[in-house]
Design a protein around this ligand. Structure first.
Ligand SMILES: [Zn+2]
Length: 429
């Protein structure tokens, strides 16, 4: 303690050095020495409290005896714990106050509380008066988050939710309510939460050398197989949640090891694995590329499904309509494959647009064109973005021309349509 209680300062004033003087109020704010001194002092406290192990009258908190835990530190917060009997508490306070006497550091009693249970009201009152503590109750806020041994209620969480929402932006109440509802039920949020809990389960399965894992091992697992034991009913809700997360790995709990890489758990990997897997479509990159006009995107999406109501599909619904293609002067039946690009109208249009951006190639069938586009749109080069844009625009304009000719008897020339596409491309940039 000698080295931390004899701090002295020398100031440089107008280039001249003052004589050194002792510090009365510790270090200045932000002094680089501060964290080192803090660690040194806490280490002193740590060693002083460890001496309680050999004091015969001292009793540990019932849940802390196996690990000989008397205190837990986090940054400058200190949690002291022991059994709720007078002698143990007096001893704990005596050892703690020893630090005050040697270092001059005093606990701020205004922000310190006593959490006690399993004792009579009279005994509790006596202790509070004797130790000058105020009575604390759970849940309490720590670093802005509520700490509780039981599951938090919605009302307890609401102040936190409101604070977060208010910080982001002001939203109408109805919107906030909707967001809260969807956050609670959306599978994405739930999956992310599960992936984060799996990380804790993995730490337990690995018997990580951290205090909380060791504590859970001693309290609940007790050398048994993590896969076999039941979720401890008497444990806090957080611990129960970790144990319950095993169901997400069933039937093969060893799967959890696949989420770890180089002894580090990847929440991302666990999350990705928990998402439903669907067969991949080869035109994924075509539909996902950016800078598309929404109406073009929609019609292309419908064509890709394929869900465009072409005549062959309308006839399946029992509706009788003129089946010939309205775009070319042949009597070919209007189907998706005819419209794209067996039809001379659409074929010419797509061909001209490709030539316009400097691509000389023979236009083939719908599937062949899709395969070609899917392949080239994999890279995000500006040129491929333009090709993808023009393709979506072509599909859209062919479909619009078909609709206006079929239902409104209106006709636009190919040149007009091509001009429109060129204009739209320039607007999108
Ligand atoms: Zn046609």
């Amino acid at each position: 303690m000698e080295c931390v209680t004899t701090v002295s300062y020398t100031l440089l004033i107008n280039g001249g050095m003052t004589t050194s003087f002792p510090a009365k109020k510790g270090l200045r704010q932000g002094d680089p020495m501060s964290p080192y001194l803090f660690v040194l002092v806490m280490e002193y406290l740590n060693r002083a409290l460890k001496k309680l192990q050999i004091v015969p009258n001292f009793n540990y908190h019932p849940k802390c005896s196996k690990q000989h835990i008397t205190h837990i530190c986090f940054v400058d917060d200190l949690l002291l714990c022991c059994r709720a009997d007078r002698i143990s508490m007096q001893l704990l306070m005596k050892y703690f106050e020893h630090l005050s006497s040697v270092s001059g550091l005093k606990a701020n009693m205004v922000v310190s509380s006593l959490y006690i249970s399993g004792v009579t009201t009279e005994f509790r009152q006596k202790l509070l008066v004797e130790l000058h503590f105020s009575l604390g109750s759970l849940p309490f806020k720590y670093l802005g988050v509520l700490l509780s041994a039981t599951k938090l209620t919605i009302n307890q969480c609401m102040p936190l939710v409101e604070k977060i929402v208010a910080r982001i932006f002001l939203l109408p109440k109805k919107v906030v309510k909707l967001a809260q509802q969807s956050a609670g039920t959306s599978s994405g949020m739930a999956q992310r939460r599960i992936a984060a809990i799996l990380k804790l389960l993995w730490a337990i399965s690995q018997k990580k050398d951290t205090l909380w894992v060791q504590w859970i091992q001693h309290q609940y697992i007790k050398g048994k197989d993590l896969k076999e034991i039941k979720t401890p009913r008497q444990a806090s809700s957080v611990v129960r949640k970790i144990f319950e997360a095993r169901q997400w790995l069933a039937p093969n709990m060893d799967r959890i090891q696949t989420y770890a890489l180089d002894a580090k758990f990847s929440i991302k990997k666990a999350y990705m694995d928990s998402l439903p897997q669907y067969p991949k479509v080869y035109w994924k990159s075509l539909i996902l590329s950016k800078g598309r006009i929404p109406k073009h995107q929609f019609i292309m999406w419908m064509a890709l499904q394929p869900r465009l109501a072409t005549i062959d599909i309308i006839q399946l619904w029992g509706i009788q309509v003129q089946s010939e293609c309205v775009l070319c002067s042949t009597d070919a039946e209007e189907t998706l494959t005819h419209l794209f690009f067996e039809c001379s109208y659409s074929k010419t249009k797509w061909q001209k647009l490709l030539q316009w951006i400097g691509i000389q190639r023979q236009v083939r069938s719908w599937n062949e064109e899709l395969a070609w586009l899917a392949n080239i749109t994999r890279n995000k080069h500006p040129r491929t973005v333009i090709i993808a844009f023009i393709f979506a625009a072509t599909v859209y304009h062919v479909w619009m021309e078909r609709n206006s000719r079929r239902f409104q008897q209106l006709k636009k020339t190919t040149t007009e349509r091509l001009k429109e596409i060129a204009l739209q491309l320039h607007i999108v940039g």
